[in-house]
Write a new protein. Structure first.
Length: 232
């Protein structure tokens, strides 16, 4: 994107956000509760981990995603965590209502700044899903609930994703995935088979961790815009 096009995009996003902040609040306090789970297992090295953290922060604060977030008067609630082994889930951002660009910027900074927890544990996807569902059960009251799991490998510790879906509170929850290539064969097919759940659920693919930011941006825009359009 050239400088002029990028500048016009930024100006458009700023204008839309400004108008949205002047709109009266709708009857719905929150249109979407979005929980984002990031893979921090042993297959993710320090460079890949940094790319993932920065990629999420940059995607959240991109003009495209900011426009999708703030075009509607009803805000989005966000929760961000990292997962690896059975009981290795680390909260990066507790439930936060993204009601202003300032709040969004602060959340992005939290994501980047939080220290990494354990980095030597296997890939316990079932536990990651169960943890996410439990957190969504404690989310603010919203119209829709989405759990978003990003990872590069198949479950290799603890119970399977199917067990999580059977025994944790997934009623009314859509589960999407961001499958990251490079560490496992057929990771996209595995995520499609094991992770997707609910109406409209989808998989976004990143070729590798260098491609994570672009993939996350596409996924967030797709997740946020239907909720915004549905509230009109």
């Amino acid at each position: 994107m050239g400088f002029d096009a990028k500048y016009r995009s930024l100006v458009r996003a700023a204008l839309i956000i400004g108008v949205a902040l002047l709109l009266p609040q709708s009857a719905t306090a929150c249109r979407l509760a979005l929980a984002l789970g990031l893979d921090a297992s042993a297959s993710v090295d320090s460079d890949e981990h940094s790319l993932m953290r920065a990629g999420l922060a940059n995607a959240l604060t991109s003009p495209v995603v900011m426009t999708a977030l703030f075009e509607s008067a009803a805000p989005v609630a966000i929760f961000v965590y990292e997962w690896s082994g059975r009981r290795q889930q680390q909260v990066l951002v507790d439930w936060t209502i993204l009601d202003t660009p300032t709040t969004l910027t602060a959340v992005a900074a939290e994501i980047v700044a939080a220290p990494r927890g354990d980095d030597e544990f296997p890939t316990a996807l079932g536990y990651a899903l169960g943890f996410g569902a439990t957190q969504l059960a404690a989310a603010p009251a919203c119209d829709f609930y989405t759990l978003d799991i990003s990872g590069d490998g198949e479950n290799n510790e603890g119970f399977q994703p199917s067990h999580a879906f059977a025994h944790f509170p997934f009623d009314g929850v859509t589960v999407n995935g961001l499958a990251i290539g490079g560490a496992a064969v057929d990771i996209v097919e595995y995520y499609q088979r094991e992770i997707l759940r609910g109406p409209g659920a989808f998989i976004e693919q990143a070729r590798d961790y260098q491609d994570f930011e672009a993939a996350m941006l596409r996924k967030l825009e797709r997740e946020l815009r239907p909720m915004m359009l549905g509230g009109l």
